[in-house]
Write a protein that binds this ligand. Structure first.
Ligand code: SAM
Length: 293
């Protein structure tokens, strides 16, 4: 688009994308061209392939204005997940708002670890997901385990509303329910599978994280207190209380937290079974039980 002097001058999509890529690169965004294409796809109602294939398309004034506004939001480092309002996780589409953490590809390690543990995919395990956020972990598991049922728990009412919407859109609401609770304070019973991806960023690390995360994602979903371990300390006794005797807990951790979180879980009476790595070989998930099971 070209509106610098207030008058519209016709511009092709290709030229507009070149300018946007420069603008986003200057703002420090590594994926500038890809982001520009995805935003163009959204503005035009096209798929990404059409955006690449039609650089000669002449933008209408309305299309130019919408694109300019989207590029402006991205230039201010608003995450793509919030601008687009959705993220793919485990090949499922999740609605994302500023009230929830956008599902991260690394968290698929937890889903894989749970599925590796559940030998019979037709079995009927019960699942509780502490800090469910968008509901991505619980809903990915319910998608794979068609006879499982689960509860997603979050202290944020707004997050619970997002998770409920995702369950409905994925047609999993018949087997998932969601509840507001401070960890297990309002939760009853024991579960075969207890999963959690708690906030684990240490306060001192906030200075180093990307503006997309620090400025736009909910602090409640990120901050693990001074040393990043506050939520594990609060959660560990809850894992113990909510695990069925032969059950398994799967807890996501930061890349350098395997030893410290294992200690916290051990102090709460849990026995670490395995530490699972993500695709980059970083420790990502601790699997624990109550004893020799
Ligand atoms: C790192 S996010 C994880 C979201 C989602 N499970 C995922 O993996 O993308 C942590 C979640 O824990 C929730 N949370 C923080 N403190 C909590 C508490 N005391 N009780 C329950 N949930 C809490 C936050 O609201 C946030 O949704």
């Amino acid at each position: 688009m070209s509106v610098s002097d207030g008058r519209w001058r016709a511009e092709t999509l290709g030229h507009c994308l070149d300018k946007a890529a420069k603008r986003l690169t200057a703002a420090g965004i590594d994926s500038a061209r890809l982001d520009a294409r995805l935003l163009a796809a959204r503005a035009l109602g096209w798929d990404a392939g059409q955006v690449v294939a039609r650089p000669d398309h002449t933008l209408t004034p309305e299309q130019g204005r919408i694109l300019d506004a989207l590029f402006g939001r991205r230039e201010a480092r608003e995450p793509m997940s919030i601008i687009l309002g959705c993220v793919e996780f485990w090949s499922l589409d999740f609605t994302v708002t500023p009230d929830v953490l956008a599902p991260r590809p690394d968290s698929e390690t937890l889903v894989e670890a749970v599925l590796a543990h559940v030998e019979d995919k037709d079995s009927t395990p019960t699942i509780v997901d502490f800090g469910t956020g968008s509901g991505c972990l619980l809903l990915a598991l319910l998608h794979e385990l068609s006879n499982a049922r689960g509860v997603g728990v979050d202290i944020s009412e707004a997050a619970i509303a997002v998770a409920e919407g995702n369950a409905q859109r994925l047609h999993l609401d018949g087997r998932a329910r969601f509840q507001v609770s401070d960890w297990d304070a309002q939760v009853e019973g024991q579960f075969d599978l207890v999963i959690a991806n708690p906030p684990y960023i240490a306060e001192s690390d906030f200075l180093d994280i990307a503006p997309e995360v620090a400025r736009f994602e909910p602090r409640l979903a990120l901050s693990g207190g001074m040393d990043g371990l506050d939520c594990y300390r609060a959660l560990a006794p809850a894992l113990n209380r909510r695990l069925a005797s032969q059950g398994r807990a799967f807890v996501e951790i930061g890349a350098d937290q395997a030893e410290t979180v294992a200690d916290v879980l051990g102090n709460a009476g849990l026995v670490v079974k395995t530490v699972h790595q993500d695709l980059a070989g970083r420790s990502r998930v601790i699997e624990a039980g109550l004893g020799d099971s």
